[in-house]
Design a protein. Sequence first.
Lengths: 311, 439
Amino acid sequence: MAALILGISAVTFAVEMDPREKAVLDQLPGANCGACGFAGCAAFAHEITENPEAEMACPAVNEAALNAMSEILGRDLGGGAAFVAFIRCKGTPDQTETRYNYVGPKDCRAAQLVAGGSKACQFGCLGLGTCVDVCPFGAMYMGEDSLPHVIESKCTGCGKCIQACPRGIVQLIPSSGNFCVGCISSDISKDMKQLCKVGCIKCGICADVCPFDAISVAKDKAAQIDQAKCQTCGLCVSVCPTSVIGFVHTPVKVHVIDEKCKGCGICASVCPVDAISGIIKQPYTVNQSRCIGCGMCIDMCPADAIERNIS
Amino acid sequence: MKTFKGGIHPPEEKDLVKNNPIVDLPLSSVFYVLVQQHLGAPAKPIVKPGDEVKKGQPLSEPLGFVSAPVHAPTSGKVTAIAKRVHPVTGLLAPCIVIEADGKDEWVEGLPLNRDPFTMKKEELMGAIQSAGIVGMGGATFPTHVKLSPPKEKTIDTFIVNGAECEPYLSSDHRLMLEQPERVLNGMRIAMGILGLNKGILAIEANKPDVIKIMEEKAPPEIMVEPLKVKYPQGAEKQLINAITGREVPSGGLPMDVGAVVQNAGTCAAIWDACAHGIPLIERITSVTGRGIKHPKNIRVRVGTPIQEVIDFCGGLTEAAKIIYGGPMMGIAQFSDQISIMKGTSGVLVLTEKDTNISWYSGCISCGRCVEACPMCLIPSTLSKLGEKSMWEMALGNDLLDCVECGSCTYVCPANRPIVHFVKHLKALQRAANAKKKGA
């Protein structure tokens, strides 16, 4: 009997919904994170379907879904670059000094209230995992090193972790980029060194070697990579004396396909780390211990004779 | 005996130091005077490295009405304006470093000898403001602001807080016992400024010697009111409620119920400033706890390095924790690079046995915190919301009425840092408000 009433009311009182809205909603991440400024994915799906002026505000949507939505709505929603979160601190408890033993709420924002946090470096990760707790996509986890780690395949770049981090050490980098400096300390090198063994010492070698002028560094500012200029060659990683520059994907080294190589030598001349050598008109070879996987040689090879190793 | 609803009774532990007369700390050779020693608008240093300063000379200039200057604690030379750890915020803050010349000379014209009861109200207020007097119980709110309520508020009650309800501390106890005239005369000046002809001196019943001496010395317009021994009896809102039965409305101030409360130490400082023109450059502090060899009540200059204070009291023994203020609301220190401030009512050194350093567990809903809360809140709910950072919902649970006295945390059998959760929620609310304002 009750089932009958429910059945009838479900048909009678059914809310009419634009089928496009339903289709758009299916494409949205469904995490209801609120980063778009609306009360959840359904509210945003409604807005973008009903309002032809509405722009794509969801930072977490991937390119395939974006194209699907453009098709559903019959208008171009833009190419919206995808982003991925990057943790800009490498200060594990054994590398960074601690000022006191913290006992209290397991929330970095609360820990920050106690004399500005227990980590001696005022820029470093407090390691209580608030970013992990707020991530709506389960794309972060606390490692055994007491630092948060991003699962790149799950991260949608919604930016929730950035809002939650009291120290501002999370940065979004475009998924076309790969490298980021794992330190934001503004302490001058001497002061920083007393607190942390792995921070950016502001030596500036990375800025000097960068072929694209994408890195800026100052005495009181950790190196910063301009993601718009970075061509992901990875030269900076290979020269950094403290290994503080990190990457999202491990750079994959290259090798020469002997059958295709014409022996022109262009690769050897563009290689920034002199990892390629050979004799003209004979197949060249890549010194695997020197190659940094920047891929400049691949771009320049006229014979398509260089490819990445299978990782 | 009068009191308020709720509250707790932790071990008093005052026997360690309450019978020790006040002694002067020998003059330090170097002083670190923090520029920000009050709540409110910042102050700006007006001296520069190399300047010669005399005792009592202003070192900073307040920027705004709700602000207070600091003064040179002795004569000497300013060697630097450096960054040092601020004991309250734990962050690096500007600090004026003075190397003492050992002569301890007053700035020209001080100390004065005048009769404050013949002075005009404006003159008295000016004297208090320029002396840099702040609430000496620990909250350090500028005193001249508290003494100038807006015209539309009628003030009919003036209460001086001599409860000293924090365990361990005895600085107000010794002050009232040894120098009752300073406190009583300071009270009379404040009453004159507020236009009142009566005042109440509230003292917890665990100080019968003080109650006796005050009843003897107090003029007829000052009533001595013994209060039940209970924490937080000395909290402003609880004190008003206990004595007058009035309740400060949610989000309101004591002046909304016609009351002004001042600490006993502040009254003594008011007397010094009005009668002698002496700025707030020294205070009485209890150095106590089982982690210090010889607990003492000391008269100490503002800016004295903590190391000198500890050495004077025989050094540390099995110290596990150093706290500025009392064990309930005081602030634990992580550095020894700190100095005495205007609001340092005590330096408490606890041994490992006296501290509880352990992680918390989930709320077991026993309700002890609800019983203990003097503000009639439900701390257990606030703590659970704090765990989830749900500040908006906490606002509906009267988050902002919490006075952070710590009674709930003290009684919690699950070791939950409830006050910390509340502070966390309040900080989230402040950040959200600031963001809204900025947007």
